[in-house]
Design a protein around this ligand. Structure first.
Ligand code: SF4
Length: 413
């Protein structure tokens, strides 16, 4: 294939993947077709035989674990549709990320149903799950056993035993001993944690411990170039900890800034979402971007982004930076130690901002309400009477915290 043809195919592939049907995407991908046979019973096998095949998604090392994962991981924001799971596997996306409580507990159940129907596929999967705010070894054991039962499996590949970690102190000796013991019993292969809050601090602490295999953290075009985040990523990379980026999209609303960003990337041949995945994966220290993909169209769009080898240009990066600055007051970066110091009686502001994002931007209204309800009722009762001015003055994102807390209470309470 000559260079000109290659360029046309890439643009066509990305644009159609971002905006149109799977049929046209696959047709555009014909030039880069390659073999990739999954070990799955597929009821649509006849129809599929007519489709050209995509090459598998590129793989990267997960720290020093000895495991390679696809650079795009399948997040289960909802229960997984069998068609999506089959198609993900077909494209080499065997890293499936769920949690005990995701989709009201149905996400793990959907994985279990898939494994029951396709038992041979279990050995090919890299299943990551998380517990539900456990504190003790007994809690961890109980949650893990529930996850194993729901997913019809005898082991989890990577267990995020500390879910939504916000303070390094949560990584106690008790947790360490439990993780070591669970590995010996072959219930888990690897152990780590997930974090949305005080991410750089949690990563930096993990790098010093020597018993954390991998971390799943909020990481996107808004946060990845922050100096503290860069230092934390480098410390984990040097320590051999696998880094899994989540919340890569960090989209707020359909503002004028969003429209400008969308238009810029469409002219370049990308969707905005594809560009945001590239912005994270261009850092080779990140093993994979974990993205919730509920349908084949979204899966196809994101696969197109990671198969395409074009790097973001300096202009693309500047567009993303400009957008991040223009829309910063709508995005909470999770640096809770800053606002918590100013609001000792309401150390939930960053959580509330995240729940509001789930409600406003992710279309996850029920999940947002359920999470808001986990804040102790006494603290919820104080929210509307507090003075947020000091926290607002210190917030690096210049968020109108008081106004947003009001909005959250009206929508989520
Ligand atoms: S509200 Fe501001 S200071 Fe608090 S966590 Fe979010 S971005 Fe950081």
């Amino acid at each position: 294939m000559n260079g000109k043809q290659n360029k046309i195919d890439r643009r066509d592939f990305l644009k159609t993947a971002g905006a149109a049907s799977i049929g046209s995407v696959l047709a555009s991908a014909r030039a880069i077709a390659g073999p990739n046979e999954p070990n799955v019973v597929d009821p649509n096998a006849k129809e599929k035989a007519q489709e050209p095949k995509l090459p598998p998604v590129p793989r990267r090392k997960l720290g020093k674990t000895g495991v390679e994962v696809p650079c795009l991981a399948l997040g289960f924001g909802a229960a997984g549709e069998p068609t999506v799971l089959r198609k993900a596997l077909e494209w080499g996306i065997n890293h499936w990320d769920t949690s005990l409580v995701a989709a009201g507990g149905n996400s793990e159940i959907s994985i279990g149903e898939f494994i029951s129907k396709n038992p041979k596929v279990r050995k090919d999967l890299f299943i990551v799950t998380k517990e539900s705010d456990s504190k003790t070894a007994a809690d961890l054991e109980k949650c893990l056993q529930k996850s194993l039962e729901k997913m019809h499996t005898t082991y989890v590949d990577l267990y995020m035993g500390v879910y939504r970690m916000s303070e390094p102190e949560q990584l106690t000796d008790e947790v360490k001993k439990w993780a070591e013991n669970a590995k010996k019993r072959k219930l888990i292969r690897l152990f780590g944690f997930s974090t949305h809050k005080n991410v750089d601090r949690c990563l930096s602490a993990a790098a010093k411990l020597g018993w954390i295999d991998a971390v799943q953290m909020t990481c996107n075009f808004r946060t990845i170039r922050d100096a503290n985040m860069q230092a934390a990523i480098e410390a984990c990379h040097k320590a051999g900890i696998g880094l899994i980026a989540m919340k890569t999209q960090a989209k707020m609303t359909d503002s004028d800034e969003d429209k400008k960003l969308t238009e810029h990337f469409l002219k370049r041949g990308f969707t905005e979402g594809q560009a945001k995945i590239k912005a994270v994966l261009e850092d080779e220290r990140i093993s994979t971007a974990c993205v919730a993909m509920q349908n084949v169209a979204l899966l196809t769009t994101n696969v197109a982004a990671v198969l395409d080898k074009t790097k973001l240009s300096q202009t693309d990066v500047t567009f993303l930076d400009t957008y991040a600055q223009a829309s910063c007051s709508g995005y909470c970066a999770g640096c809770a130690y800053i606002c918590d110091e100013a609001l000792t009686e309401a150390p939930y502001v960053s959580d509330i901002m995240r729940y509001l994002m789930y409600y406003n931007s992710y279309g996850q209204q029920e999940r947002a309400k359920e999470l808001f309800a986990t804040i102790p009722s006494e603290a919820r009762g104080r929210l509307l009477s507090m003075d947020y001015s000091i926290a607002e003055a210190r917030c690096p994102q210049h968020m109108p915290i008081g106004k947003l807390v009001n909005e959250a209470v009206s929508k989520l309470a």
